[in-house]
Design a protein around this ligand. Structure first.
Ligand code: 4NP
Length: 155
């Protein structure tokens, strides 16, 4: 992990819906704020490893100005805790898994929505089994979390 710039990993369950959208939203917000950061996403589960994001996630990202069709799902691994300075979980279940995997000197862990006033401890709801509109709510949440995280990293 380079010491000169932050390196952020977003983690959900499958790495095909929420965390790729968090990665995309963070890329947009960091670019807008002129923040240089490394960013990636991963899943605690491996079921979708190697797959592109869910087509509904690709669609909402495209509507918001970013192409995520080239992203590929992967499972979080031990090296991630040293490659990244900060790991943002999309919900409490995945945060619990990450806490168990984290070595003592590993990346700082938090929920993506923790830096958002009034939303500390809240999960980004899993849109996978729901209606398409759920992905717009996911986009709104990950954008808010990414914006506040970028602001905190700039400060
Ligand atoms: P994600 O959504 O964790 O936001 O990528 C899910 C994707 C796939 C599954 C669950 C959640 N699944 O059970 O296959």
């Amino acid at each position: 992990m380079p010491a000169d710039k932050p390196a952020i990993l977003f983690v959900c369950l499958g790495n095909i819906c929420r965390s790729p959208l968090a990665e995309a939203a963070f890329r947009l917000e960091a670019e807008r704020a002129d923040l240089e950061a490394a960013v990636d996403s991963a899943g605690t589960g491996a079921w979708h490893a190697g797959e592109p994001p869910d087509r509904r996630a690709q669609a909402v990202a495209r509507r918001n100005g970013i192409d995520i069709s080239g992203y590929r799902a992967r499972q979080v691994d031990a090296a991630d805790f040293h490659r990244f300075s900060h790991i943002g979980a999309l919900d409490g279940d995945n945060l619990t898994v990450l806490r168990r995997l984290r070595p003592r000197d590993g990346a700082a862990l938090s929920l993506l929505l923790d830096p958002v006033p009034g939303r500390r401890g809240e999960a980004v709801a899993d849109p996978y089994y729901g209606a398409d509109a759920g992905f717009d709510a996911t986009w709104a949440d990950v954008t808010l979390g990414a914006r506040h995280l970028v602001r905190a990293l700039k400060a």
